[in-house]
Design a protein around this ligand. Structure first.
Ligand code: AMP
Length: 249
């Protein structure tokens, strides 16, 4: 079973993001970039499936600027076999990424595609769902457990107030939640090995996909600053303040 994994290059989760002075977006100049954390979980899951004998080959996919190669190399160091970069300077929106993935699925014919549940930069939580719809495949989003049994998958999903377990037919799109696994540390020997693995670069035009944005960002703004807190002497004062001032109880 071939597995395709989508990995996005995003601002590192430890970085405090700054909004550009003109409010047109987030400033990424000189900022540390890393693989989207949910995508690390996706790669880890694919590697575990391969180690368990359920997957035969793992292809990592990334779309964006040329530096996304670094993200793909990290995926290769975790254990993916090959990388596919769709190189473009256009700022990609989820529908464009889903269409690029659809075209790569047509070429590569994987039985399973694993994505993160959301990219921590745009928080869209759309790409996996759009991809499943474009392909006409089943989807299991927010997965916290994935088991493959022949032509079927059993996926446990984190839903409000509990867990839901689904049985789905392959081919399938899965999106990862935080508790699916804990990604391994990338070791130096594996980073060296990853340098030798194949990484193909395509353009959106090679795949026949129009990636022009459909949505226009009007404004990006910092969240309003929080006012300073006050110390209260006892619980009775706190309750009175919550009741009479904040009016939340
Ligand atoms: P989103 O719908 O933007 O929140 O992204 C959900 C998931 O789609 C991410 O966790 C990635 O697995 C995948 N994805 C989104 N954008 C890209 C991209 N430019 N390159 C590769 N994968 C992506």
């Amino acid at each position: 079973m071939k597995v395709l994994v989508a990995v996005k290059r995003v601002v590192d989760y430890n970085v405090k993001v700054r909004v550009k002075a003109d409010g047109s977006g987030v400033d990424t100049a000189g900022v540390k970039m890393s693989m989207n954390p949910f995508d690390e979980i996706a790669v880890e899951e694919a590697v575990r499936l391969k180690e368990a004998g359920a997957a035969s080959e793992i292809v990592a996919f990334s779309a964006g600027v040329a530096a996304c190669q670094e993200t793909l190399r990290t995926a290769l160091a975790i254990g993916a076999d090959r990388g596919v970069l769709v190189s473009t300077e256009v700022e990609l929106q989820p529908l464009a990424v889903a269409k690029l993935l659809q075209a790569v699925v047509d070429k590569e014919q994987p039985r399973l595609v694993i994505l993160g549940k959301q990219a921590i930069d745009d928080d869209c939580n759309q790409t996996a769902q759009m991809l499943a719809a474009l392909l006409g495949w089943g989807q299991a989003t927010f997965a916290s457990k994935v088991e493959i049994d022949g032509d079927k998958a059993r996926v446990t999903r984190e839903v409000d107030g509990g867990l839901e377990t689904l049985e789905l037919a392959l081919p399938l799109v899965v999106s990862t939640d935080l508790r699916l696994n804990e990604p391994r540390y990338v070791t130096l020997p594996n980073i060296m090995k990853a340098k030798k693995k194949t990484l193909d670069t395509l353009s959106p035009a090679d795949l026949g996909v129009d990636v022009s944005p459909r949505l226009k960002t009007l404004k990006v703004a910092e969240p309003p600053r929080r006012g300073a807190g006050v110390k209260v002497p006892d619980v009775a004062t706190l309750v009175a303040k919550l009741k009479n001032e904040a009016k939340v109880i």
